[in-house]
Ligand binder design. Structure first.
Ligand SMILES: [Fe+2]
Length: 267
């Protein structure tokens, strides 16, 4: 296994690992450490069945249910289909996944099955670097805040998903990475009902203002997809977004698996 950094802030390419085959214990451990350090891992030229993909994803944690179950692969409900032809819009706002869960995903894993000829990248921003760049008094302020997270009100959300995942879950706005030990800013604007001590109306402009200041080009790795890529994103210390700048006559199909992580905490 060879790890090659892709960008000064985050991202690394992993060579020498065939994810269609079982991954041995030392490699699993090395991959877990590499994810905590580099925050986004890229594997090229993978050919995976849904079963092989689920087994590979479990290297990073147990695959967990996704709450927009209307987009799940029919025979493999732990795999979500990202595809505009089933009515989804590319998620173009910066976010980290499924913050409305008590144990939100440690990682989001994407497998490039159909890739448009131009555009449609996925960008990942290091919220560890974002935290480090804040002035000390603002770091202290964010450390004193929590967010209350629910579903973000997509109109086609199924009733059963609303019932299971619609209640508010509180998380710290700065969390300590369980593997790396560093701190990162952690929130999801549209899943946040409110920030502690703020009204819902005041919370969203506050969070959007933070994003505008914090996410600068130098903390972003942009992944330009090739068919067969697997991109593993560390949700504990990054935010990501999709780029909708591709021709909708072409297809962009990503298979998504999220894997369970720890309960966010500030240590
Ligand atoms: Fe996402």
């Amino acid at each position: 296994m060879k790890v090659t950094p892709l960008h000064p802030s985050l991202g690394a390419e992993i060579a020498g690992v065939d994810l269609s085959r079982p991954v041995d214990a030392p490699t699993r451990e090395a991959l877990g450490r590499a994810l905590g350090e580099h925050l986004a891992l890229v594997f090229h030229d993978q050919t995976l069945t849904p079963e092989q993909y689920l087994r590979a994803a479990s290297v990073f944690g147990p695959p967990m249910e996704q709450h927009y179950s209307q987009h799940n692969m029919p025979d493999f409900p732990l795999i979500g289909l990202i595809w505009h032809r089933n009515g989804q819009q590319p998620a173009e706002a910066w976010h980290t996944d499924h913050t409305n869960r008590e144990r939100p995903p440690a990682a989001t894993i994407l497998y490039g099955v159909e890739i448009p000829s131009a555009g449609g990248a996925t960008s990942v921003a290091s919220m560890r670097a974002a935290y480090d760049a804040l002035p000390a008094d603002e770091q202290r302020r964010l450390e004193s805040l929590t967010t209350f997270n629910g579903l973000d009100g997509k109109p086609d959300t199924r009733e059963e998903d609303r019932a299971k995942y619609g209640h508010l879950v509180e998380h710290p706005m700065v969390r300590t990475h369980p593997v790396h030990g560093s701190r990162a800013v952690y929130f999801h604007v549209s899943k946040t009902d409110h920030v502690s001590g703020m009204t819902p109306e005041a919370s969203k402009p506050y969070l959007n203002g933070l994003l505008e200041r914090m996410i600068r080009p130098e903390i972003i790795y942009q992944h330009r997809w090739r068919k067969g890529d697997v991109l593993v994103i560390d949700n504990r210390a990054t935010m990501h977004r999709a780029h909708g700048d591709y021709d909708r006559a072409e297809s962009r199909v990503l298979w998504r698996i999220i894997v369970e992580g720890d309960r966010p905490r500030l240590a």
